[in-house]
Design a binder for this molecule. Structure first.
Ligand SMILES: [Zn+2]
Ligand SMILES: [Zn+2]
Length: 138
């Protein structure tokens, strides 16, 4: 098994360590991700099991309701404001982190683009990536 995925917020108050490989890596161009990232999309790695995740420090949680009515909780640092992770009420095992929160963001290798229907003309992503207008079915 490869090294754990480690990372955290911009100031270091919130840290995580994940002893698993991501099952999904995506750029998301939905309006929520635009607002939270401050630019054209969010970039995420999703891990399969909360049991393999350790979080140190206390993130502030903010709930939003996604298109399908599922509650999505965003964890961000109360000191520096950086977004760190997301969890999903309907899929409680999943744990998603923001790509740039990784200590080594080079480990992010996106598979797909989601919510391309919301893309801004100026937000160019790798044209080789499959694009989904919303989220892939599942
Ligand atoms: Zn911070
Ligand atoms: Zn999104």
């Amino acid at each position: 098994m490869s090294d754990a995925y480690t990372g955290g917020c911009a100031c270091g108050a919130v840290r995580y360590e994940i002893s698993a490989e991501p099952i999904f890596m995506n750029h998301c161009q939905c309006r929520d991700c635009q607002k939270v990232s401050g630019t054209g999309h969010g970039s995420y790695l999703t891990f399969p099991s909360r049991a393999q995740v350790k979080v140190a420090g206390q993130a502030t949680h903010w709930d939003t309701v996604a298109d399908r009515g599922n509650v999505k909780t965003r964890g961000f640092c109360p000191a520096c404001g950086a977004p760190v992770y997301l969890t999903f009420a309907a899929m409680p095992d999943l744990f998603t982190v923001h790509a740039a929160s990784l200590d080594d963001p080079g480990r992010y290798a996106p598979h797909v683009v989601t919510y391309s229907v919301r893309a801004n003309a100026w937000d160019h992503l790798d044209t080789a990536l499959p694009k989904f207008e919303k989220m892939p079915a599942g």
